[in-house]
Write a protein that binds this ligand. Structure first.
Ligand code: GTP
Ligand code: MG
Length: 374
């Protein structure tokens, strides 16, 4: 049976994907745009929008059919192409996530063209053995749990960092849970093997206790011993990432209108609101009109992690998009629309809707209270 993917399903229903995602949330389901839905869930959503779910077999794809009137079929399988993996690095505070990312990036920058490391960036792309890999950093503190939970959704491959001198910690287990919940196989990087207190066997034992025994302990989990400080084992780690990516046969359609996810956003002096996005599908181009919740933009400039201007960003590319109407939310989905006018109007609709939802939530929260309490 073909999967019912959130994005395509939203298309079929004629609603915006993030609208569908928020409806799913109301149903207690936390889905990403690329996730596939259970039939009963899809059926419920379809009914809500006045559609009847009709599952078709023989590769025709799933269609929601408006009673009597049918929508055009969209077959895009012919346009699917290989894309690089998006790799997320997770783990307990101070176990070396950023150091690992920095080492990988630095090694790559010095190998490639000039253009040093200037600032922190939440994502970047490297080349290893002529294959691209996109890396994502995730914030390391409890407060960022929700965002990290979303972070796992863009992720094809998750590297779980465990410090050899500290072993599994609460946030390691939490990250492991996220990883497993999002259906991703973790690659375990046992870091800090250069330290005096390093105990690799203890970590491997902890892996076994958690049902993710490493390959050399008779399990299935790829496990690489590394030192982010010295660079030991990093080549192996990258080899393993590419191996895993090959198994996953990652694909995307670069010809579509682009959509993707915001992984960080901020207001930059002299630049206004900027957002780093990961293109998940289609190719993002300068001149595209984007809407992302209450934020909109017509892309005037996109920068890669080295501050170099890009004209085009194919699937799995992280890019910094400059000049939004307002700062988009981390984890929010952006969509390409017809033109700037449409983007602005959709963003205004979204803002309006969000305000209404907020007001409704406040009403609900204060409903049982006396006037004084309000
Ligand atoms: P948060 O982002 O705060 O969660 O931390 P993190 O996981 O990103 O850890 P970070 O890379 O900041 O490293 C924490 C500390 O461990 C730093 O002082 C690093 O220099 C040190 N460190 C990281 N990797 C290694 C390693 O392989 N060996 C040794 N000896 N120290 C390391
Ligand atoms: Mg860090």
């Amino acid at each position: 049976k073909p999967p019912i993917v959130v994005r395509d399903f939203a298309n079929e229903l004629g609603v915006k994907p993030f609208k569908l995602i928020s409806e799913l949330m109301e149903m207690g389901i936390f889905a990403s745009i690329n996730q596939s839905l259970e039939e009963n869930v899809a059926s419920e959503l379809a009914a809500k929008h006045g559609f009847l779910l009709e599952i078709r077999h023989r590769g025709e794809g799933n269609k929601a059919k408006k009673k009597q009137q049918k929508k055009e079929e969209i077959d895009e399988t012919g346009d699917l192409e290989h894309r690089p993996p998006c790799v997320c690095i997770m783990g307990h505070v101070d176990h070396g996530k950023t150091s690992l990312l920095d080492y990988i990036r630095k090694a790559n920058v010095t190998k490639g063209e000039a253009g040093g490391i200037t600032q922190h960036i939440g994502a970047y792309q490297i080349e290893h053995n002529d294959h691209k890999i996109t890396f994502l950093d995730t914030p390391g503190h409890e407060a960022f749990n929700s965002m990290r939970a979303r972070g796992a959704d863009v992720t094809d491959i998750a590297i779980l960092v465990v410090a050899a001198d500290d072993g599994f910690k609460p946030q390691t287990d939490e990250a492991l849970k996220f990883i497993q919940k999002s259906g991703v196989q973790p690659i375990v990087a046992i870091n800090k093997i250069d330290t005096k207190g390093a105990n690799v066997d203890k970590v491997k034992q902890q892996m076994q206790e958690r049902g993710i025994a490493s390959e050399d302990w008779g399990g299935q989990t790829i496990c690489v011993e590394v030192s982010a400080l010295k660079g030991t084992g990093i080549e192996d780690l990258l080899d393993m990432v590419l191996l895993q990516a090959e198994v996953l046969e990652l694909q995307a359609n670069p010809k579509k209108k682009s959509s993707g996810v915001v992984i960080e956003a901020s207001v930059e002096v002299g630049r206004g609101p900027t957002a780093t996005v990961i293109v998940q599908s289609g190719t993002l181009k300068v001149g595209d009109a984007l809407v992302c919740g209450p934020a909109s933009t017509k892309v005037k400039a996109m920068l890669d992690e080295n501050g170099k201007q890009l004209k085009k960003a194919p699937p799995a590319t992280p890019v910094r998009v400059i000049g939004w109407s307002t700062t988009p939310d981390c984890g929010a989905v952006y969509e390409t629309v017809k033109n700037e006018k449409t983007a602005k109007s959709l963003a205004a609709d979204n803002e309006h809707q969000m305000k209404a939802e907020m007001a409704a939530m406040e009403d609900e929260a204060t409903a049982g209270m006396s006037p004084q309490e309000k």
